[in-house]
Design a binder for this molecule. Structure first.
Ligand code: COA
Length: 181
């Protein structure tokens, strides 16, 4: 890319990213991210202050009905500092947020990760490995703690429906409206 094209790309990206970050209309935030190149499906929700790869926005796919809540960071590349680049060269890998998945606020998703459809990522999680569909994952690094099955949350290794049921407070993910932020 020539220098002038790079400057134009940078300015366009910067301007749209700033608009997408604080625009009060959710559907417009989605449109601004799309104009940057992010692949976003229908009825997806993107919160305030979400950072989606500034250099390779086209490497990020957010499928229909997915929710990316406030201040999440999704990055599709990595690059060490100049003295470290022989160990950590620039890498670019696609990221996919599956249909109907829910990223709670302040999650970080790094390059190469796929979040399976209808999965839930807890607040503040750092997702370094792909998460299977219909899973609830939390923590740093994010680990799966529950699976959604037939509209029920199951504890790993627990009986169907999950122990005493105290963990089954979210009995259904079907038809539930996302709360946005
Ligand atoms: C991921 C989430 C949906 C899971 O909810 P849940 O299925 O009801 O799970 P529970 O509250 O029963 O938590 C199960 C375990 O995971 C832990 N946990 C839950 N959320 C966590 C998080 N974000 N980070 C680390 N651990 C978490 C709990 O402490 C609990 O651990 P324990 O078994 O040792 O007690 C919920 O915790 C969450 O993060 N919701 C986001 C809420 C939010 O930020 N809303 C803003 C608007 S989008």
């Amino acid at each position: 890319m020539s220098q002038s094209r790079f400057v134009l790309f940078f300015l366009k990206n910067w301007f749209l990213e700033r608009l997408a970050s604080f625009c009060p209309v959710p559907s417009w935030r989605v449109v601004f991210h799309r104009w940057r190149g992010v692949r976003i499906g229908e009825n997806a929700y993107i919160g305030y202050g979400v950072i989606i790869d500034r250099v390779y926005p086209e490497m990020v796919t957010i499928e229909d009905f997915a929710v990316v809540a406030d201040r999440c960071i999704i990055t599709a590349h990595g690059c060490g500092s100049i003295p470290l680049q022989h160990l950590y060269p620039r890498q670019v890998k696609p990221v996919r947020i599956g249909r109907g998945a829910w990223l709670s606020p302040a999650c970080i998703v790094i390059m190469g990760v796929e979040i399976g459809e209808l999965s839930v990522i807890g607040t503040g999680a750092v997702v370094t490995r792909s998460i299977p569909p219909k899973s609830v994952a939390v923590g740093v690094p994010a680990k799966v703690i529950k699976t959604l099955e037939g509209g029920t949350l199951l504890e790993p290794g627990g009986p169907a429906g999950g122990g005493d049921g105290s963990r089954n407070r979210n009995p259904s993910v079907e038809g539930k409206e996302h709360g946005g932020e």
